[in-house]
Ligand binder design. Structure first.
Ligand code: PMP
Length: 420
């Protein structure tokens, strides 16, 4: 083990400020990174790794893109925090709200967690109800209302049992389970919160009609429909993924990409709901919310994403990776699932014929193929997601050569694992 890891774990619980970074689920020591450029991470020894994790999703342009780094440096020289109105904030809010009709107003916060938390508070105030319907396998941040622990473990976890009991769970891709939940809690559910494309149980696509069913049920029941687009926002198209999926939520939570790799979240939607903030009936604040440093990084990022052909090129790379994985898999006669949309992808170790619709389908996969692949690819100079159910990302900096090499190596490693 590197001395820095021991040093980190002495002062910082698990050694880092977010738990998955400790790599406990993949049984390999975490990297200690000194700097990052393009598709590469450089560790403190100067060893180079090709990244497929990209900071859990924000770095769609790769590491330290010049335009974003320059914008951050220029803004830093002109002030990082004003504590009053600033044009960068107005500009970024206008650009984001311009991407979808349902985004009538928007506010910034500093994390995806805060963004979702604020949407839920708004939904509760708007409806006068308290319960929140969510989906097994979804992740919406680390606040009490969206945790997934059983009663016995709640107190051990420091969670508020009352907040926890506000959770109502249904199954992703199963509108019937949503109908049942509403029938069991009549008039109590304030909001349905969903990742429109599920990115925290590997990568699971919504089935035809599922999101439209949620829209219909929420309209009928008077509940607020919230899309958590912290990962998917600006990842698949210039704006929320709802633009591709054809269903409009009432509120949307953003994070990650819109801050260009700096701390960010944002939430927005219907003016008649956002108005509760204007009336100061609902509180959301934040010393650093909408700070000019983050806004400058976000604006420079959106400039790059708005270039013609940007998302088409990412799609080309994603398709190249998928084709390469399929080719090697067929050659080796392996049977596992590879899911991809645009530049998001995941390996799921269930047979291709098996359904991958709900959390249980993903949870049924064998664990050892991923651990084997993780360790082998680390040795070969790759950095992957530190958990089997986290998706991975292709960035604008990922080269075709990288994609071909990664696919060949990944499948060759999987062929060595008896559980693939
Ligand atoms: N929602 C989703 C869908 C996420 O994936 C995440 C984090 N990965 C969050 C919310 C929380 O965002 P943050 O880590 O910025 O608080």
């Amino acid at each position: 083990m590197r001395p820095e890891i021991k040093r980190a774990q002495h002062t910082i619980p698990v050694g880092a400020s977010s738990p998955l970074r400790a790599c406990r689920n993949v049984g390999t020591d975490p990297l200690v990174v000194a700097e990052a450029h393009g598709q590469y991470l450089h560790d403190v020894d100067g060893t180079r790794y090709i990244d497929f994790m990209y900071g859990f999703g924000p770095l769609i342009l790769g590491h330290a893109p010049e335009a974003v780094s320059t914008a951050i440096a220029q803004q830093a020289a002109n002030g990082t925090l004003f504590g009053t109105y600033c044009t960068q904030e107005i500009e970024l809010a206008e650009r984001i709200t311009a991407t979808a009709d349902h985004l009538e107003q928007l506010r910034f916060v500093c994390s995806g967690t805060e963004a979702v938390m604020s949407t839920l508070r708004l939904a509760r105030a708007y409806t006068g109800r308290t319960r929140v319907l969510r989906f097994n396998g979804g992740y919406h941040g680390h606040f009490d209302l969206v945790q997934n622990k059983d009663e016995a473990r709640m107190r051990d976890s420091g969670l508020d049992p009352a907040a926890m009991r506000s959770n109502v769970f249904a199954e992703y891709n199963d509108a019937e389970s949503v109908e049942r939940a509403f029938a069991e809690s009549p008039g109590e559910i304030a909001a349905v919160v969903v990742e429109p494309i599920a990115c925290n149980m590997s990568l699971v696509m919504p089935e035809e009609g599922f999101l439209a069913d949620l829209r219909r049920i929420c309209d009928r029941e008077g509940a607020v429909l919230i899309f958590d687009e912290v990962i998917t926002g600006f990842r698949l198209t210039y704006g929320p993924a709802s633009n591709l999926l054809g269903v409009s939520p009432d509120l949307t939570a953003f994070g990650k990409i819109i801050g260009g790799g700096t701390p960010v979240g944002a939430f927005g939607g219907r003016r008649d709901i956002m108005r509760l903030l204007d009336e100061e009936r609902v509180l959301q604040g934040g010393t650093l919310s909408g700070n000019p440093l983050t806004m400058a990084a976000g604006l420079a990022t959106l400039d790059a994403l708005a270039q013609p052909g940007f998302y088409e090129e990412l799609e080309r790379k994603g398709a190249l990776l998928e084709a390469a994985v399929e080719r090697h898999r067929a050659e080796k006669g392996l049977d596992f699932t590879f899911t991809r949309t645009g530049s998001i992808f995941a390996f799921i170790f269930v047979p291709q014929a098996a359904p991958v619709r709900v959390k249980a389908d993903v949870a049924a996969q064998a664990q050892s193929p991923y651990t084997t692949m993780y360790a082998g690819l680390r040795t070969a100079g790759y950095h992957l997601a530190p958990d089997i159910e986290e998706p991975m990302y292709v960035s604008a900096e990922t080269t075709d050569e990288t994609l071909e090499d990664f696919a060949a190596r990944a499948v060759a490693l999987l062929a060595t694992d008896p559980n693939t």
